[in-house]
Design a protein around this ligand. Structure first.
Ligand SMILES: Nc1ncnc2c1ncn2[C@@H]1O[C@H](COP(=O)(O)OP(=O)(O)OP(=O)(O)O)[C@@H](O)[C@H]1O
Ligand SMILES: [Mg+2]
Length: 456
């Protein structure tokens, strides 16, 4: 294992005090998932204080712990790095990791598709050199610094997912990341209860352009209704290179053709004047568009686009984000991880590509603000365009869509996901394709689990 931080380096980055000298090989905030040799970082959250788990971290063989006070039950010879504020110290470590790195750094934000694009970039850059990507959806005020502080010296490319639900959040996170390439996947209504309107979301997302390093690039989705607004913001921040990706003519990475085949799709594109023809291991036009953004990132980081594109054939849709499975004689598209109008529309379009009966099982999209009911009812168009045969709905907001749906598409409405299971099971027939999607809080995974049990 490579050394990530020595106690001397960590002391000088954080202005902390080490009780004993140490060497750590990774970083963790969670004593249950910590790997031997990790630096355990004790963060005080809303409900729990990480200091209560320092002893558990050492039981799991932590290499050292970053703390703001001596916790109970810890041996006298346990290496502790004591600082005034552990959250600030984590950010300091992240800044020091960024400062010592020669890697090309990519930052990804957007209303949907961040993790999907990040996983594509893991494959694409991974084909070109050692690549570090942020874990899971570690995209917030602790996730981003944790991911950056974990960046090892040996890495050639670093990819960071950046999320937000209020103004200024991306600004502060991207000031730590200081990317060479900043990519916005898409702008769509999400977290509307905090932002009010989608223009504001576009502006908040564009904070990612504020800390691009000199000569770096801003990447913008050309097919998005807010593309012009994002372009204007990139110019306002004096970004050196502003590039676009999408099907729109004139895009710097332009989708020329998209054709589903087998488990995935074949994509023909033009990336900065060069033809690129590649396979991608998961279907969906939104997936292909994410891939174009990914390949444009590679080009903007001076990487070999053809080799990177070849690596995308092994990309598989992620659990809860389009992963498919067979439940008896039925195909299931598991989109149970999250939902907003953009990702719902993308997923319904994907369902529309399938043969046999198309069944949509949809739950509420949360955090949609005052116009939530209108956004739910508005899905009728996407359902019509996808020629969905039967619609099962759950959640209080989905009642608005139920009322707007034409009679012949209505199957069952219920307040909770669990109440849909029996009706759905009895409706299924051989050859059906079932899309299951809703915000995580609506627990559409209950339906996915029931379908898996049917398969098992
Ligand atoms: N470019 C895109 N446009 C619209 N929808 C997309 C796009 N890419 C992915 N999706 C949809 O968004 C869903 C979530 O994808 P993903 O987890 O990659 O998003 P995320 O931005 O990382 O979400 P989170 O904010 O929860 O971290 C997918 O299941 C898919 O339905
Ligand atoms: Mg994510």
């Amino acid at each position: 294992m490579n050394t990530l931080w020595t106690s001397a380096e960590a002391e000088s980055a954080t202005l902390g005090q080490a009780s004993h000298s140490f060497v750590v090989t990774g970083l963790s905030l969670n004593s249950r998932t910590l790997k031997p040799g990790d630096l355990y970082v004790a963060i005080k959250g809303e409900t729990r204080d990480g200091h209560d788990f320092v002893h558990a971290a050492f039981e799991a063989k932590a290499g050292a712990a970053l703390v703001s006070r001596r916790p109970d039950g810890v041996a006298d010879d346990a290496p502790l790095l004591t600082v005034a504020n552990t959250q600030r110290a984590l950010e300091d470590l992240a800044r020091a990791a960024r400062a010592r790195s020669d890697a090309k750094i990519i930052a990804v934000t957007g209303s949907a598709g961040k993790t999907t694009t990040k996983e594509m970039l893991k494959l694409a850059f991974g084909a070109l050199g050692p690549t570090h990507v942020s874990g899971a959806s570690f995209n917030n005020h602790w996730g981003v610094p944790l991911s950056m502080a974990s960046l090892s010296r040996e890495v050639a490319f670093g990819v960071f997912e950046i999320g937000m639900n209020h103004f200024g959040e991306i600004r502060s996170l991207v000031s730590i990341v200081r990317p060479h390439v900043a990519l916005i996947t898409t702008v769509a209504p999400a977290h509307l209860e905090f932002f009010g309107n989608t223009e504001s979301i576009a502006d908040a997302k564009s904070e990612i352009f504020e800390s691009i390093v000199p000569g770096g690039a801003a990447l913008i989705p050309s097919d998005n209704p807010y593309a012009e607004r994002l372009l204007a913001r990139a110019r306002q921040f004096h970004v050196g290179r502003v590039l676009t990706f999408g099907a729109e003519p004139g895009s710097d990475a332009r989708l020329l053709s998209y054709e589903e085949s087998g488990e995935g799709a074949r994509v023909k594109a033009d990336v900065l004047g060069r033809p690129v023809d590649f396979r991608i291991g998961a279907p969906g036009r939104h997936i292909a568009t994410n891939a174009l953004g990914g390949l444009l990132s590679v080009a903007a980081a001076d990487g070999d686009v053809l080799n990177a594109a070849a690596a995308l054939k092994t990309f598989a849709a992620l659990k809860g984000r389009g992963a498919r499975f067979r439940a008896g004689a039925v195909d299931v598209i598991d989109e149970s991880y999250n939902a907003n109008p953009a990702s719902m529309t993308a997923a319904l379009a994907l369902l529309g590509q399938s043969q046999g009966r198309r069944i949509a099982v949809l739950g509420d999209m949360l955090e949609m603000g005052a116009d939530a009911r209108t956004h739910h009812a508005g899905l009728t168009d996407a359902i019509g365009a996808a020629r969905v045969d039967l619609v099962f709905l759950c959640g209080p907001l989905m009642k608005a869509l139920w009322d707007a749906l034409p009679m012949e598409r209505r199957a069952v409405y219920a307040p909770t996901s669990a109440e849909l299971v029996a009706g759905l099971m009895s409706a299924l027939r051989e050859g059906d394709t079932v899309l299951v999607k809703g915000s995580n809080g609506i627990r559409m995974s209950v339906i996915v689990d029931a379908l898996k049990a049917r398969a098992g």
